[in-house]
Write a protein that binds this ligand. Structure first.
Ligand code: ZN
Length: 358
């Protein structure tokens, strides 16, 4: 397969920092060495034409919360339901987010110029032009800010440019959507007053507000409060996969109306019509979401939000080195070079320019 002329991919979501950090996930692998563990490292990224992406800092529930995804999972007649994860202590979340942030900057330092944490669109553009991997510092869950919402500005100064209000659990700002299939994302109350305040503060500073993992009420509250384009960094079309993590047609229409963006998530459970966590999922299934989203929100508002290192991938993609297979598949499906370039990174540049300013 020809890969040389494929555009670099800039991607809306990965959990690589946590995978590197937790020995039970990453087995102590290094970002700089090719590994069979996890999905992203520098050698595999180069092979896959991965130009970078949003690097999430995420604080998972701990054993003492008495909750784990496995133990909370219940199979139902037509799918599954995962009992809601409890909130986590903001001091713990901030502490871990700090460690993950430090890890990101340490990678930058040790990369000898091959990896750059970007704060502006022009930095991101020059990375893409020169083949330096670009990373956006992203917090997944606003509890990561810690107990004081005023800390956002300090984090902005340190490089934070994207914030998911929630992971799939409640916090002081909003209610995350529990994992269920088949079900709608309309699972509970929306933003708190502190949540609305935080959205306004993100607007003021120029921090992207990520809608992925938010329930539907919260989504509409952000739509009403925010003056920035509506962005879901790693979510799919609910019409094709009835997961609570996916976006309904009405939500997609609002994203289109705000000139926002959706990053297509490669997690098989959010792609497949049957919702199964089954690696044997063809590229066609990913492409169907791309087609549907392009049709619904417009080609200039769709990109990728892989969820590498955070979810089960289709076998044919496997890890970041498999990206050319997906792009090649989309090209065979009829997407032209200019369209592929937009899907691969051009649309992220557009939406970030509008969100961050300058
Ligand atoms: Zn996520």
């Amino acid at each position: 397969m020809e890969t040389l002329d494929l555009p670099l991919v800039f991607d809306g979501h990965n959990d690589t920092l946590l995978n590197l950090h937790l020995p039970n996930r990453g087995k102590g692998r290094s970002f700089f060495e090719r590994s069979k563990v996890g999905h992203i490292d520098l050698p595999r990224a180069h092979e896959g034409g991965f130009g970078g992406g949003f690097f999430a800092c995420f604080a998972p529930n701990r054993r003492q919360d008495g909750w784990s995804e496995e133990s909370a999972l219940a199979i139902t007649g037509s799918g599954y339901t995962v009992a809601g994860a409890p909130p986590v202590d903001p001091a713990y979340a901030r502490g871990l987010a700090n460690l993950l942030t430090k890890r990101l900057f340490r990678i930058e330092e040790e990369s000898a110029g091959q990896f750059d944490v970007v704060r502006t669109v022009s930095e991101l553009e020059s990375c893409l032009a020169s083949g330096v991997m670009a990373a956006i510092l992203h917090f997944e869950g606003a509890e990561n800010i810690g107990p004081d919402p005023g800390a956002l500005e300090e984090l902005y100064d340190a490089g934070l440019r994207s914030l998911g209000l929630v992971w799939s659990r409640p916090n002081a700002y909003a209610h995350g959507v529990p994992f269920r299939f088949p079900a709608t994302p309309d699972t509970g109350p929306g933003l708190t007053d502190a949540g609305r305040e935080l959205v306004r503060e993100c607007n003021r500073l120029g921090v992207l507000v990520d809608l992925s993992h938010l329930n539907e009420r919260g989504f509409w509250d952000v739509a009403e409060t925010s003056d920035a384009p509506l962005v879901a960094t790693h979510s799919n079309a609910h019409a094709l996969c009835l997961s609570t993590r996916n976006l309904t047609d009405l939500q997609l229409d609002a994203i289109r109306g705000s000139d926002g963006m959706v990053g297509v998530n490669f997690a098989v459970a959010f792609l497949r019509e049957d919702g199964h966590e089954e690696g044997d999922t063809p590229l066609e299934t990913v492409a169907r979401h791309v087609d549907y989203l392009v049709e619904r929100v417009g080609l200039e508002r769709v990109g990728f939000g892989s969820d590498f290192d955070g979810a089960k991938m289709p076998k044919e993609i496997g890890d970041v080195s498999g990206l050319p297979k997906l792009l090649g598949f989309l090209r065979e499906r009829g997407y032209g070079d200019a369209e592929l370039k937009r899907l691969a990174h051009g649309n992220w540049l557009r939406v970030l320019r509008r969100t961050w300013g300058g």
